[in-house]
Ligand binder design. Structure first.
Ligand code: GTP
Ligand code: SPV
Ligand code: MN
Length: 588
């Protein structure tokens, strides 16, 4: 398949280590994909869904202990411990290679090794990077074929001498104890063992396109971010591109595919990406973004004809569903899909399920796992952007940060400058979700929604943001949003989903200088009358609450200081100055 000596010698080494019975190159052809689907169906690894209703779709159930990213088992193995920083787990690279080699030794004996060459980014794009994933899982191969541009095309991209990210994955026995997701940024290498779930196993995604890429971006002068990318077209046909960073399961896929409410006839949202953005300064002095992925690995629960019809339609064919419920007619179901709760189904654990099995106190008794997902080709999305494959990407006018916060953070505000925006991103806080193993609903600081994904020291990462600001002659404006404010009764105060269009409209108007705003301690807040609520059942008092500087902001400052105090002296002065400035404004 290739004459690239770097590829061949690495493959040789990994084959000697893992000792598979057979080595199979993935070429990206339909014929090979269909043969693999057949094989995986025969072994029960996947199950074909109802071919009339879900053509080309499959269901896969993972092990019950393997349903989300495992942050405590994820490591940045930089040569120096201090380069991993306080937000990462660290292990010594030499010791880690030794320790994991023992686990990989013979791990593929009795199995086949699949060699998956893939490109992150459009082919022949200045953004594009090639990776090669070695895996023992057909499920992983089939996901990679959707999520990346995989096969011969990637080998053509690296040619006879090009470099690539070396990705080794073995599902082995899924042991929790010996589960490791390790990154060696200085070696452009990823070693993952004993998980076959999403971000732990599809190594092009969080491991390469964020952890390794964020490190490469720092070295090479670009950025890898946990951001969706959308184009908002106005009735005149003008498109404004926006990127937005929200933590896992906080609304990126939904915003990326938003359908404007009836009130907004003539507006349309186009999706460029729903999870990851790679950003570079263009010749015109603006910041340009591509989505390195080719598919969506989207959260199933809550996805419905009402909340996100575009996602639903994307996932009606050629899609892999993971850990959702299976109905008796071989179609899928999850909580929030529709009101027709099945009277009988097979749940995410593979067990018989009836509605009475659901116990509010234990979310894992639901039919679909809370972090169940669909893997769907982006090109099937009804609102995919015509710039999806554009090698140069799209020019970004606004960047948005957002978290899931019941209190304090207003619906939307604009930052005063790039550095103020970096500070607001750096101090973002959000309640944890089911996307990673651990407690759900715990408020934590999650800088730029990148806490689990920065491949190096968080202080250096912020310094890189500050430095990028100086190299972008015409930088995007930076905003913060919060769709998740709750009232005293725990109800969401803002309708969200398609109605978020009303907030996007304000953001675009701010970018174009078409609307005023109030200067407050935290940033520019909208005048209440400037957020269009026509056709919404929301009163003025609620809007005033959503758009004010809450008293609780003063309590934020010590928490931010405490967070920064963990930065081991690597907090950029520009960011610290912004905190001082915020405190001074709040005390005025
Ligand atoms: P990852 O793929 O984990 O990175 O998640 P994501 O950021 O793409 O989140 P996604 O869009 O899949 O949304 C996650 C959950 O948040 C789903 O259950 C959605 O229904 C819910 N959600 C998304 N947008 C909104 C909103 O505007 N308001 C409310 N209340 N919920 C939302
Ligand atoms: C996330 O957790 O942010 C995801 C899903 O997008 S995973 O691929 O598992 O990281
Ligand atoms: Mn994500």
């Amino acid at each position: 398949m290739t004459n690239n000596k770097k590829v061949l010698s690495w493959l040789d080494e990994m084959v000697k280590l893992t000792k598979p019975d057979e080595v199979i190159w993935i070429d990206g052809s339909d014929a090979q994909k269909e043969a693999l689907e057949k094989e995986a169906c025969a072994t029960g690894e996947i199950k074909a869904l109802n071919p009339d209703k879900f053509p080309g779709c499959f269901l896969h159930r993972t092990a019950q202990n393997d349903v989300a990213r495992v942050e405590n088992k994820t490591f940045i193995c930089s040569r120096r411990k201090e380069d991993a920083g306080p937000t990462n787990n660290w292990m010594d690279p030499k010791e880690t290679y030794e320790k994991l080699s023992k686990l990989y030794d013979g791990a593929m004996t009795g199995k086949k090794m699949y060699v998956v060459p893939f490109i992150m980014g459009p082919a022949k794009s200045p953004f594009a990077k090639v990776g090669i994933e070695l895996t023992d899982s057909i499920y992983v191969v089939l996901n990679m074929l959707i999520m990346t541009r995989a096969g011969k095309i990637a080998l053509e991209e690296i040619g006879d001498d090009g470099d690539f990210t070396k990705c080794l994955h073995a599902s082995k026995d899924l042991s929790d104890e010996d589960k490791y997701i390790c990154h060696f940024p200085e070696d452009n290498t990823i070693w993952s063992i004993n998980s076959a779930y999403g971000g732990n196993a599809l190594l092009g995604k969080k491991c390469m396109a964020l952890r390794i890429a964020s490190y490469l971006g720092k070295e090479e002068g670009w950025m890898a971010e946990h951001m969706l990318i959308l184009g908002l077209q106005d009735p005149k046909g003008e498109i404004t591109y926006i990127s937005a960073a929200f933590p896992s399961a906080c609304g990126k896929t939904n915003l990326a595919m938003l359908i404007p409410p009836a009130e907004y006839a003539g507006y349309k949202v186009f999706t460029v990406g729903d999870d990851i953005a790679w950003l570079r300064v263009g010749d015109d002095g603006r910041l340009w973004a591509v989505n390195p992925e080719a598919g969506f690995f989207g959260v199933a629960p809550g996805t419905s004809e009402k909340t996100n019809p575009n996602a639903l339609h994307t996932a009606m064919s050629n899609t892999i569903f993971t850990n959702v419920g299976l109905k008796d007619d071989d179609t899928v179901w999850w909580e929030g899909l529709d009101k027709d709760v099945p009277e009988h189904a097979i749940d995410w654990k593979g067990e018989e399920w009836t509605p009475d099995k659901f116990n509010k106190e234990d979310k894992l008794t639901s039919c679909a796992h809370p972090n169940s997902r669909f893997t769907a080709p982006a090109r099937q999305c009804p609102c995919v952007s015509d710039q999806f494959d554009a090698p140069q990407g799209v020019p970004i006018s606004a960047m948005v940060f957002g978290g899931r916060r019941a209190t304090t953070a207003p619906l939307v505000y604009q930052t005063y400058s790039w550095n103020h925006g970096v500070f607001v991103g750096a101090t973002m806080a959000s309640e944890t979700t089911a996307a990673a193993r651990g407690a759900v609903g715990v408020l934590r600081r999650d800088p730029m929604a990148m806490k689990p994904f920065i491949g190096y020291h968080v202080g250096d990462y912020l310094a890189h943001w500050v430095k990028m600001g100086k190299t972008i002659p015409n930088p995007p404006k930076i905003f913060h949003v919060n769709w998740f404010r709750q009232d005293e009764n725990g109800n969401f105060m803002w309708p969200g989903f398609g109605e978020n269009m009303r907030v996007l409209e304000w953001i675009v108007k701010r970018c174009k200088g078409e609307v005023d705003a109030r200067e407050t301690a935290i940033g520019y807040l909208p005048n209440v009358e400037d957020i269009n609520v026509n056709g919404l059942d929301i009163d003025k008092a609620t809007m005033e609450r959503l758009l004010r500087v809450e008293e609780t902001w003063k309590e934020e400052v010590p928490g931010m200081r405490e967070f920064f105090s963990t930065f081991e002296g690597r907090l950029p002065k520009e960011v610290e100055d912004e905190l001082d400035a915020l405190e001074a404004r709040l005390n005025k």
